[in-house]
Design a protein around this ligand. Structure first.
Ligand SMILES: Nc1ncnc2c1ncn2[C@@H]1O[C@H](COP(=O)(O)OP(=O)(O)OP(=O)(O)O)[C@@H](O)[C@H]1O
Length: 243
């Protein structure tokens, strides 16, 4: 059963290139809240600070907050891309991520090969993978580009393929960054139908977005981040009204 439990998680990014001591000092003095030096005397960005929350089956959660608040970092942490430096994170259920279209794709393999590889990774047979490739291909509308290495794709083609792949294998926990909701009009119309179905089938949705209409339409709960901390968590209307 799908469930997410975060107990005091923190995520930090070391800034390795900040070698010069005077530059370090100046930076730390300018932003004392978000930058600090760690035990190894490196400057680190405290991207997420001591977050605790639980997301249960059936919840559709919007992550809201200003640029740099920590929304994408939290999504990536839930997806397992980043490891918390403190606290404990439990994510139960098969996770589908629509965060970075290039993630999990082999740039030298064709679109079709990538689909089959992902299907095999998810435990499908080669025959099921090949059938899935047909379905994904039809949806992504990549035409003859399906048999061309994905490193030659445009940004929009990447999004189409990633979107079609992630949504073809209905996840229990769907993690999504808002820019997957931007695309050309024709694709977005198809994508919206498919997403609506997926969102009602997936057990948990966590969506990072600035689009308040999307939050109101799709989500039941909002978590507001600011400076890497949670400053609001509750029903959408309540959290949005508090801004
Ligand atoms: N790879 C990285 N290295 C260093 N700092 C990072 C890295 N990724 C994110 N950060 C920092 O972590 C903080 C949170 O960034 P994040 O991208 O999660 O914010 P966001 O809420 O998604 O912002 P936006 O709305 O602009 O997408 C910011 O201060 C950012 O500079």
């Amino acid at each position: 059963m799908a469930r997410i439990l975060a107990e005091g998680i923190s995520v930090e990014f070391p800034l390795y290139h900040l070698g010069a001591r005077s530059l370090k000092k100046r930076l730390l003095a300018a932003t004392p809240l978000r930058l600090r030096t760690d035990d190894a005397n490196r400057v680190v960005v405290a991207a997420l600070r001591d977050l605790s929350f639980e997301i249960a089956r059936g919840e559709r959660v919007a992550l809201v907050g200003r640029n740099g608040a920590g929304k994408t970092t939290l999504l990536r942490t839930l997806a397992g891309v980043y490891e918390p430096v403190a606290g404990r994170l439990t994510v139960e259920g098969a996770v589908g991520s629509l965060i970075d279209p290039a993630a999990g794709m082999d740039p030298d393999a064709t679109g079709r090969e990538n689909i089959v590889l992902r299907a095999l990774y998810r435990g499908m047979t080669a025959v099921e993978g090949t059938a899935l490739a047909e379905e994904v291909a039809a949806f992504a509308g990549l035409g003859e580009f399906l048999d061309v290495p994905v490193r030659t794709y445009s940004a929009g083609m990447h999004v189409r393929l990633a979107f079609a792949m992630a949504t073809a294998m209905t996840p229990q926990v769907l993690l999504m960054d808002e820019w997957f909701l931007a695309g050309d009009a024709e694709f977005m119309e198809k994508a919206e139908q498919r997403l609506s179905r997926l969102v009602s089938d997936a057990d948990i949705l966590v969506l990072a977005t600035h689009d308040l209409a999307v939050v109101r339409n799709w989500c039941t709960r909002a978590i507001r981040l600011e400076g890497g901390r949670i400053i609001g968590d509750g029903p959408v209307a309540e959290v949005l009204a508090a801004d």
